[in-house]
Write a protein that binds this ligand. Structure first.
Ligand code: GLN
Length: 228
């Protein structure tokens, strides 16, 4: 596993790792959160890297770009194949767009969870915002939420549970095998969603010590910017 400097060493894993799809977007921010929880985590894009994954995170970024890369690198059949074998999925923002069965006014991509998503539903990048909300299934404390040119989940189908609804739109939902959030927990000090997903994958993350990760600050994620 490629370790990120400054994060704790992983605990001995109860079996399986979590991969973060490494095509575009917020890959290292997710890896950092998983490693803070002691989860064996790695970036993935090639077939052999998908072996032994209990779960896969499709990060936020730009869904049109991600969808093109999925096709160019032929990653789509890998994700669908491993999903059918039991690998759990979590899509954040653009990742949730890729996983939705219905996209308002556009052709869907992977279609692995029965939700309808409307892209760029709040407006432009300038309409990005942060807020806080209690999410009882996921976190004992109110969670900080970061929405970046976010989509809205307009409706969920049968077998999909709404985890968070604010201001009339659905911001987080899950089926037994797929979690979707239209915000970015990986850009906050909140580890609750990563802990929740790790448990959904059957893994044992470090237990909740309450509140935000004290070693995370608002600039923590900037050290992952892949600018050369
Ligand atoms: N607006 C982006 C899209 O439609 C999603 C933004 C994000 O992932 N933060 O793909």
């Amino acid at each position: 596993m490629r370790r990120i400097e400054g994060t704790p060493a992983p605990l001995p894993s109860a079996g399986g790792a979590i991969g973060v799809l490494d095509l575009q977007g917020g890959v290292f921010e997710h890896l950092d959160h998983l490693q803070r929880l002691g989860i064996d985590a790695r970036p993935v894009k090639q077939a052999k890297e998908f072996d032994g994954l209990a779960g896969l995170i499709l990060p936020g970024g730009e869904s049109t770009c991600l969808a093109r890369l999925l096709r160019i690198f032929n990653v789509e059949p890998l994700i669908v194949g491993k999903f059918r074998e039991g690998m759990k999925l979590w899509g954040t923002c653009a990742g949730a767009i890729l996983l939705a069965r219905t996209l308002t006014g556009e052709k869907p991509h992977l279609g692995l969870i029965d939700i309808e998503v409307e892209r760029n539903s709040f407006g432009s990048q300038l309409d990005s915002f942060t807020c806080e909300a209690p999410i009882p299934d996921v976190s004992p404390d109110p969670a900080p939420l970061t929405f970046i040119r976010a989509p809205k989940i307009l409706r969920v189908g049968q077998g999909v549970k709404v985890l968070l609804k604010i201001r009339g739109f659905i911001a987080a939902a899950e089926s037994p095998d797929v979690l979707v959030t239209v915000f970015h927990p990986e850009l906050t000090g909140c580890l609750a969603f990563h802990r929740y997903f790790a448990r959904k994958c059957g893994l044992q993350p470090r237990p909740d010590e309450g509140g935000l990760d004290p070693s995370w600050d608002n600039t923590s994620w900037t050290r992952f910017a892949r600018i050369v």
